[in-house]
Design a protein around this ligand. Structure first.
Ligand SMILES: Nc1nc2c(ncn2[C@@H]2O[C@H](COP(=O)(O)OP(=O)(O)OP(=O)(O)O)[C@@H](O)[C@H]2O)c(=O)[nH]1
Length: 260
C-alpha cells in the first residue's frame, strides 16, 4: 500500500519517489506521471533491481550491480523518438523517457549482506557464486518478486512493460504474478561492450535513443559509486560466466567464441 509520495527537485530520471510496503489490501493506485501513450511510443521501461551494498555503494569490482543500476536509470531517462508527433512544423520529435526503477531490499540475492560476505570468502577459495551460496545452506537465489509486482500494480504499470533484465527467473516470477512483459531488454555489461563492440547495447533494441557518445572506457554519468565507469576484471567475468552457465542468464558468452 502506498505509504508516501515525495516530490523532488527536478532530477535526471525521477519525477517522484514512491515508497511502498507490503501491507495489503491496497486502497489506491498511484499513477506514475508518464508521458501519454500514443502511436509508436514504446511501453514503459522497467528495472527491478535488488540491493547490492558492495556493488552500488562501495564500488566493488566483483559484480555489475552498480553499473546496472546506473545504466537502468540512464536508459529510462533517455528521450524517446516519436515520429507521429513530428507531423506539425516545430512539434517535438521526442518525448521524455518513461519507466521506473523498482528497488528491492533483497541484498545478496536474498541472503543478506553478512551471508554474502561469507559467500565472497568462499569465492576467494575458488568456489563460484552459486556453490558458495549452497555451501552456506542457502539457495542459489532466495528472492521473491511479489512485492515488485504489487508496486507495479500500484503504479498501474502491470499492463505491458519492457523489462530490463538478463534473468529468466525474474521474467517468469513476474509473469506468474500477472505482469504483462511485452519485451525483455537485455543488459550487456559495459566491460563486455567495450571489449566486443558487436554486442548489442542495452536499450537499443527498440524505441530508445542510445547515446554511444560516452567518454574514455565507456564512461557515463551515474548515481552510484561506479557511476561514470564500468566494472571490469577477472572476478566480474567469472561471476557473469556463472550467471550465464549456472543460472541461465540470457547473455551471449562472447568470449567463448573461437574468434575472440
Ligand atoms: N549471494 C550473492 N549475491 C550476490 C553476489 N553478487 C551480487 N549479488 C547480489 O545479486 C543481486 C543482483 O540482483 P539484480 O541486480 O536484480 O540482478 P540479477 O537478478 O542478477 O539479474 P539482472 O536483472 O539481469 O541484473 C543483488 O542482490 C546483489 O547483492 C554474490 O556473489 N553472491
Amino acid at each position: 500500500m502506498p505509504s508516501g509520495m515525495k516530490t523532488r527537485p527536478k532530477w535526471t530520471a525521477s519525477l517522484g519517489a514512491h515508497t511502498s510496503g507490503a501491507c495489503p489490501p491496497r486502497t489506491k493506485t498511484y499513477r506514475l506521471p508518464l508521458a501519454p501513450t500514443s502511436d509508436g511510443v514504446p511501453s514503459p521501461l522497467i528495472r527491478i533491481h535488488s540491493e547490492c551494498f558492495t556493488g552500488e555503494t562501495v564500488g566493488s569490482m566483483r559484480c555489475d550491480c552498480g553499473e546496472q543500476l546506473d545504466e537502468a536509470i540512464r536508459l529510462i531517462s533517455q528521450p524517446i523518438p516519436v515520429t507521429s508527433l513530428s507531423t506539425l512544423p516545430g512539434a517535438p520529435s521526442t518525448i521524455p523517457g518513461r519507466g521506473a526503477v523498482i528497488y528491492l531490499r533483497q541484498e545478496g540475492r536474498g541472503i543478506g549482506l553478512l551471508s554474502k560476505i561469507r559467500a565472497y570468502n568462499l569465492q576467494d577459495l575458488g568456489h563460484d557464486t552459486v556453490t558458495a551460496n549452497l555451501m552456506l545452506g542457502h539457495g542459489a537465489d532466495e528472492r521473491g518478486y511479489e512485492i515488485a509486482a504489487a508496486i507495479l500494480r500500484d503504479l498501474a504499470l502491470d499492463d505491458g512493460v519492457r523489462l530490463l533484465t538478463n534473468n529468466p527467473d525474474k521474467v517468469e516470477a513476474l509473469q506468474k504474478e500477472g505482469m504483462t512483459i511485452v519485451e525483455r531488454v537485455q543488459m550487456v555489461p559495459r566491460s563486455w561492450q567495450a571489449r566486443n563492440p558487436n554486442l548489442q547495447l542495452a536499450g537499443s533494441a527498440r524505441g530508445q535513443c542510445c547515446d554511444r557518445g560516452q567518454g574514455r572506457r565507456g564512461e557515463r554519468g551515474g548515481a552510484t559509486l561506479i557511476g561514470g565507469n564500468s566494472v571490469h576484471g577477472e572476478d566480474l567475468d567469472k561471476y557473469l560466466r556463472t550467471k550465464v552457465l549456472r543460472m541461465g542468464h540470457m547473455l551471449p558468452l562472447w568470449m567463448e567464441s573461437p574468434e575472440q
